[in-house]
Design a protein around this ligand. Structure first.
Ligand code: SAH
Length: 389
């Protein structure tokens, strides 16, 4: 991926200092072919790879934006992100890939800090109140969530702060304090206190409405997510009779999108908040043939295999480190006819596919989908069929 020529595009004003994007200077078409080549290289000898599905408009696609804050030497506050592998804040006011409304809310918060005497947290001294700001915006619903990550549950003049912020940005539908007082590089702590609104936002995806809490996983590029899910469903070619498992289901988006075409869907996910959202999402969308379980997907699969449950099709969408032995070994015991593997890491994908190919599965084909323009990341959907074709 590193071999791409560095041609100047000069679209990002922060490209020299930020380091957040892998390819700020590379024309989008070149980025796409580099990603496609990367997938081909990783999956060499395993299956055929379709051309990558790129984005029509590859800028400002991120619906989730996190900002850090720091004081300059003259006392002025800057907002931006940490320089790679450091805790030095690089000022970023207008990011090429982030939602523009989210970016402008962050600037407004930064400007309000001084008049509200809110001290910015310093990783070095351990003092200060505001650690991060997280913004999520529903691109279809227009709802906006602002999460103020604080070292304490108390924000002085909280009601006036919310009022001042909403005066400039009335589109903000909920404001939440998240308490993170631990020495950790994780953005969010465990406790949320709603200052304004419902404490979550809703957004529409594939014609369904989803509730998204501060810590639930929700794909950051909703436009491409619809394309990703539609492709996954197309490869699944459900007939209406299947018992489907949605493994690593997050707030249940894939399973709920598939539910209308299946007899029954089961979702399994580790994150408690995400499962809570998933159950509410199913109810809200009046989907009756889906059940969610909270727990480790590998352990859950072992239980299903032990009880000789019948599963016809498995959607699996694990995190970057891929699946684990417990999951894969139980998967081959359960013998679903088809597996649709959605992966954000072609290397762990190749590792897991090799295992499945050795244990009774034919890897039919892979479809790379670009969800993260200007970065080296992408998603790949792979369909597998039991037996040798
Ligand atoms: N399918 C969802 C989420 C995919 S991200 C979507 O498309 O939105 C991967 C998910 O796997 C995250 O929600 C994460 O919380 C979950 N996860 C991570 N490790 C897990 C494990 N061991 N068992 C079950 N879920 C896990």
């Amino acid at each position: 991926m590193k071999e791409i020529s560095k041609r100047k595009l000069s679209v990002c004003p922060h490209q020299k200092t930020c380091g957040g994007c892998d390819y700020p200077n590379i024309p989008y078409k070149e980025q796409l072919s580099a990603k496609e080549d990367y997938v081909r290289k990783c999956l060499l000898g395993l299956c055929k790879v379709d051309p990558i599905i790129g984005m029509e408009n590859p800028t400002h696609y991120r619906n989730k934006v996190t900002a850090e804050f720091a004081h300059k030497k003259d006392g002025a506050i800057i907002s931006g992100r940490y320089r790679e592998r450091s805790h030095q804040v690089i000022p970023v006011e207008n990011c090429l890939i982030e939602d523009e409304i989210a970016d402008s809310i962050i600037l407004e918060i930064r400007d309000l800090l001084k008049s509200f005497k809110i001290k910015v947290y310093s990783e070095v001294s351990g003092y200060g109140l505001l650690r991060h700001v997280l913004i999520r915006r529903g691109f279809v619903s227009g709802e906006v969530m602002v999460v103020l990550v604080l070292t304490s549950p108390i924000l002085p003049s909280k009601n006036n702060f919310v009022k001042a912020l909403r005066k400039v940005h009335p589109e903000i539908s909920t404001v939440i304090i998240n308490v993170n007082d631990k020495p950790t590089s994780m953005v969010l702590g465990e406790r949320n206190i709603t200052l304004y609104g419902k404490g979550y936002i809703q957004d529409q995806l594939c014609g369904l409405t989803f509730r998204i809490s501060p810590s639930s996983f929700y794909q950051v590029n909703p436009v491409q997510t619809e394309i990703l899910y539609q492709k996954a469903l197309e490869l699944a070619s459900l007939t209406g009779k299947e018992r489907v498992l949605d493994a690593y289901c997050g707030i249940g988006t894939i399973g709920m999108t598939a539910a209308a075409g299946a007899n029954e869907v089961i979702g399994i996910e580790l994150n408690k908040a995400a499962i809570k959202d998933a159950v509410i999402n199913a109810r809200q969308n009046k989907i009756k043939n889906i059940t969610f379980y909270q727990g480790d997907a590998g352990k859950f699969m072992q239980d299903l295999a032990r009880e000789s449950e019948k599963i016809d099709l498995v959607f699996m969408d694990p995190p970057r480190n891929g699946s684990d032995d417990a999951f894969l070994m139980s998967l081959v015991k359960l013998k679903p006819e088809r597996v649709i593997y959605i992966s954000c890491n072609p290397e762990t994908l190749a590792r897991d596919l090799k295992y499945l190919a050795k244990h009774g599965y034919h890897v039919v084909k892979a479809v790379p989908v670009d969800m993260f323009a200007y970065t080296a990341h992408l998603e790949t959907i792979v369909s597998l069929q039991r037996g040798n074709l």
